[in-house]
Write a protein that binds this ligand. Structure first.
Ligand code: HEC
Ligand code: HEC
Length: 289
């Protein structure tokens, strides 16, 4: 059945014969630019199929003549990274702790590695950036309870403080109140003296009486001026930095019941190279000595 080609009577263009509610579709040719873009895309696709992996073939695929594989590239890059890391880790393992900082490359590598390990292991207690919190010392300032040299920090990390480790750092402040060494009024006086070291005492008479008690009971660990003693991890009481709090109530509580912060030992959990990097990182954080 021969159909007659119908023409739109306004534009004279042929119609396709499709009609919706009296609207007829005109059979205009596709624009040239559109066609060229289409051909260019087809040509590009063919070139791409030839050069790069493209068509699935059951369990494998066409590899393309360039042999490109993002998987292989990734493995190669990972391998390179591992090799260069291994080289640094090896050098760190062989370099004595006190010489690590003298080598700019090893120092940078240790700082980067130390930061990662610090974020993974130490931040829960010491806070992001090591700023500390109640009962957890700030590692980013230059005040140290147990010493701030690289070797001190290394030993602290390795063996911990009051930790389950035969070489752990250990000391115990006596429980002056709980064990009846000092009476409640004596503890009050000693606390006033402790506060006077940072100029926050409100009772000069009590502080004066407290000075005598401090000399008898506290200087052995905290020093004659309250400057602290690193050998026993006794913090300075005259610098305004408080691990547990510097208000009267807290100081009275500390003298009554004492304190004994525990820092885990890491030598069983982390290898020596990692602990070295951590020590370098912590030392660099603030005031390493
Ligand atoms: C479970 C909590 C905890 C974790 C985790 C922890 N620490 Fe500690 N750390 C402490 C406490 C508590 C102290 C203070 C102990 C005391 O009172 O003497 C301390 C003390 C220290 C000190 C001594 C500070 C000084 O003033 O002498 C260093 C250095 C230190 N930590 C480093 C680290 C590093 C590095 C890590 C991660 C590998 C780490 N800590 C993980 C709780 C923790
Ligand atoms: C055997 C040593 C020793 C003696 C003696 C001692 N202390 Fe301490 N003191 C420590 C140690 C160690 C700490 C830190 C405890 C910790 O880190 O958890 C400490 C902590 C403190 C703190 C907490 C400081 C802070 O930053 O929050 C105060 C306050 C304090 N002592 C006061 C005294 C006073 C006052 C006396 C004497 C009546 C005294 N101590 C006697 C070892 C001692």
């Amino acid at each position: 059945m021969a159909t007659e080609v119908e023409k739109d009577h306004l534009s004279g263009v042929e119609t396709t014969g499709h009609e919706w509610d009296g609207l007829k579709e005109l059979n205009n040719p596709l624009p040239k630019w559109w066609l060229y873009v289409l051909y260019a895309c087809i040509a590009w696709a063919v070139v791409y199929w030839v050069l790069y992996p493209a068509w699935p073939l059951g369990t494998t695929y066409t590899k393309g003549i360039l042999g490109y594989s993002s998987r292989a590239t990734l493995f190669q890059k990972m391998d390179e990274a591992r090799q260069s890391q291994a080289q640094y880790l090896d050098a760190i393992a062989k370099t004595p702790l006190d010489q690590l900082r003298g080598n700019a490359e090893l120092l940078n590598f240790s700082l980067a590695g130390g930061r990662t390990m610090f974020n993974e292991n130490c931040v829960p207690c010491h806070g992001a950036g090591g700023q500390g919190g109640h009962g957890y010392p700030n590692l980013a300032d230059d005040k140290w309870m147990w010493g701030g040299t690289l070797a001190d920090i290394y030993q602290t990390i390795q063996h911990g403080i009051r930790a389950d480790d035969p070489d752990t750092r250990i000391s115990q402040m006596p429980r002056f109140g709980a064990d009846g060494v000092l009476t409640r009024p004596q503890i009050d006086d000693t606390a006033e003296f402790v506060l006077s070291l940072t100029g926050t005492s409100t009772d000069a008479e009590a502080a004066k009486r407290g000075a005598v008690l401090f000399a008898e009971n506290c200087v052995a660990c905290h020093g004659d001026k309250g400057q602290g003693t690193a050998e026993v991890g006794a913090p300075a009481l005259n610098d305004g930095i408080w691990l547990y709090g510097g208000d009267k109530k807290t100081v009275v509580e500390t003298i009554t019941y004492a304190r004994g912060g525990v820092m885990p030992a890491w030598s069983k959990r982390l290898d020596d190279t990692t602990i070295k990097q951590l020590a370098v990182y912590v030392h660099e954080l603030g005031g390493g000595k």
